[in-house]
Design a protein around this ligand. Sequence first.
Ligand code: ADP
Ligand code: ADP
Length: 226
Amino acid sequence: MDILKVENLTKIYGKGENSFKALDNVSFSVKRGQFVAIVGPSGSGKSTLLHLIGGVDRPDGGHVYVDSNDVYARNDTQLAIFRRREVGLIYQFYNLIPVLNVVENITLPVLMDGRKVDEERLEELLTVLHLKGRENHLPNQLSGGQQQRVSIGRALMNDPALLLADEPTGNLDSANSHEIMELLKLSNKKYNQTLVVITHDENIALQADRIIEISDGRITRDEVIR
Ligand code: ADP
Ligand code: ADP
């Protein structure tokens, strides 16, 4: 089954003479559990695509279906719920909330959703992510690798169908990059989560099941490599 279907997706920034087509009629489908690497030059539209898959922005044309549901048929309130429950977003610079500690950052999306924290799941994540003993640390008391592991915890807490990562290792040294990719792949395999990763790192792209290349807002290559 296709967990994700992107259909004729178009995104235009700005208006009139100053408008810019960042995504131009992009279509593809992704099977549940697939690990897809998105590659391509800087400014080609990769982040725009990831944000549109994750319900972070609205497209100017086309559709995104997650689990056969039309993401942008939702109103803004429903879209916010979709973002918290069905996708986990991971960024290059972590996007943690500086005044919240490790546990608070990880559990925030659950609490914002008005639900109870699954303490067992939280414990499991803290262990897998090697964050035991750091529960009360603030982000600025953590190394870059630790901060990225917190952001993965936050993304995984709701057990989302889609895990979307924008250059997750772009700010990390090779040992930490390796660890982060192993954690993402573990989650991908163990929970059959679909993983979409934007990367400039060829070694990471080659770990994926499939590579999609974007240039000037269009797909220029789409290859299943395993
Ligand atoms: P990539 O992730 O491949 O580097 P982006 O999706 O971030 O590319 O950007 C694609 C293009 O759209 C770039 O030319 C960028 O400058 C432009 N762009 C991105 N976000 C905005 C925005 N909010 N307003 C105007 N232009 C934007
Ligand atoms: P790394 O192991 O990634 O190289 P660092 O050398 O930055 O990490 O940090 C080593 C340890 O010191 C980390 O486990 C981190 O939790 C702790 N640490 C780093 N910066 C601070 C800080 N400002 N306050 C408290 N503890 C910190």
